[in-house]
Design a protein around this ligand. Structure first.
Ligand code: SAM
Length: 278
């Protein structure tokens, strides 16, 4: 008998992934956490029945959210990751020798612990001596911290449940206050093909706070619409041009300087839908 995990991407459109076995399930304080081994996508992590990350495609998302801001910042020494409990973004951030300190703040310690134990592909950044992992609400952390950062990466769940706070104007304003001169915010901003109205709302909120707000996209076949958006924002820095290149020894699968620039090329429909005027 075939057993399927299904996720309704948008009303009336569902995808199915054939499950081989259940690795781990827990109702945490904040969400329903599940890790499965699947026939086609390898190991996957879901939260509240929404796919977060899959062994087959995780590199697309994590290389896109990390390397665009890191390579376009002159000297990314202090990096803050909000969310990112699976560890994939931290893993990519830690590849950069310029990074002196990375602080990851996820609200759910159970996601972090399960990832450390069951997601070996994702978890290699956790033991880096430059990394500090905190279990705390990201909204509260950015509002209360005294520290300033070169980059803030927001690797959140969707704007529902605990993730909702990470899409509020208040959150973006607080990030603006903890960026060093030349600093940048880079946030995952949902699917421009599957949920254009949501992307527009999020993008416009960010653009109200930051004079520079640039949307870029990367293919992620396991997310709604199979195309995901990110927004890099700052008071002056431009994220479109890479200033350094990855080392060959990193063996990246998606990111390159050419891909970096190409990710900022948007279709006319996406520009219209999101209200992008640059
Ligand atoms: N890369 C995947 C994606 O975009 O779907 C996964 C992102 S990662 C698993 C999302 C993390 O955000 C989760 O671990 C969740 O616990 C965390 N999160 C949700 N709300 C949060 C909040 N208010 N503060 C900090 N972390 C939060």
């Amino acid at each position: 008998m075939k057993v399927w995990f299904t996720e309704e991407w948008v009303t009336g459109f569902m995808i199915g992934i054939q499950i081989e076995s259940v690795v781990y399930i827990k109702r945490t304080k904040y969400q329903h956490l599940a890790i499965y081994d699947t026939v086609e996508l390898g190991r996957i992590l879901t939260l509240d029945n929404v796919i977060q990350t899959t062994e087959k495609y995780e590199y697309l998302y994590h290389e896109a959210i990390a390397h665009v801001p890191l390579f376009s910042h002159e000297s990314p020494e202090h990096v803050l990751i909000i969310g990112g409990g699976d560890g994939g973004t931290l893993r990519e951030v830690m590849r950069h020798p310029e990074v002196k300190q990375a602080v990851m703040v996820d609200i759910d310690g159970d996601v972090i612990e399960a990832s450390k134990q069951y997601l070996p592909l994702w978890n290699t950044g956790f033991n880096d001596p430059r990394a500090t992992v905190l279990v705390e609400d990201g909204l509260r952390f950015v509002a209360e911290t005294d520290q300033k950062f070169d980059l803030v990466l927001v690797d959140s769940t969707d704007p529902e449940g605990p993730g909702l706070a990470l899409f509020t104007p208040e959150f973006y304003q607080s990030i603006g206050k903890i960026l060093k001169p030349g600093g940048m915010l880079c946030a995952q901003t949902e699917s421009p093909l599957a949920m254009p109205a949501m992307v527009r709302e999020i993008y416009q909120r960010i653009a109200k706070v930051f004079p520079v707000a640039k949307l870029y996209t990367a293919p992620v076949p396991s997310y709604p619409g199979s195309l995901w958006s990110f927004t890099c924002a700052s008071f002056e820095a431009d994220p479109e041009n890479p200033l350094r290149e990855p080392d060959d020894s990193w063996n990246l699968k998606f990111y390159s300087p050419e891909i970096h620039r190409s990710m900022f090329v948007l279709s006319p429909k996406i520009k219209r839908d999101v209200g992008i005027t640059y």
